[in-house]
Design a protein around this ligand. Structure first.
Ligand SMILES: [Zn+2]
Length: 92
């Protein structure tokens, strides 16, 4: 058969099979490594979103600020205190 002996044909088939299975094995290892990396990144992101820079639990607390009509300083919209200047609209 095309000048190839049985042993050469068998050897060629075995080499092709070895390359094929090696290729699939490498693909599986890469997929597993990618999945582990993504899981690791997801865990890190989750920790970063629930932990502040000091490692303490961070609460998402924001407060609106409004400028004082007298001095122009930005003060909390609720619970603002007087800046001490005459004519400041806030008490306290
Ligand atoms: Zn003021």
């Amino acid at each position: 058969m095309f000048g190839l002996s049985f042993s050469k044909t068998l050897f060629t088939i075995l080499v092709v099979l070895a390359v094929w299975y090696g290729y699939r094995w490498v693909g599986r290892v890469q997929a597993r490594r990618k999945a582990e990396l993504e899981e690791h990144m997801r865990r890190e992101t989750r920790q970063a979103s629930t932990r502040g820079p000091g490692g303490t639990a961070r609460t998402a607390k924001t407060e609106d600020l409004i400028p004082c009509e007298t001095c122009g300083a930005y003060v909390p919209a609720h619970g603002a205190r007087s800046c001490g200047r005459a004519g400041c609209p806030y008490l306290g």
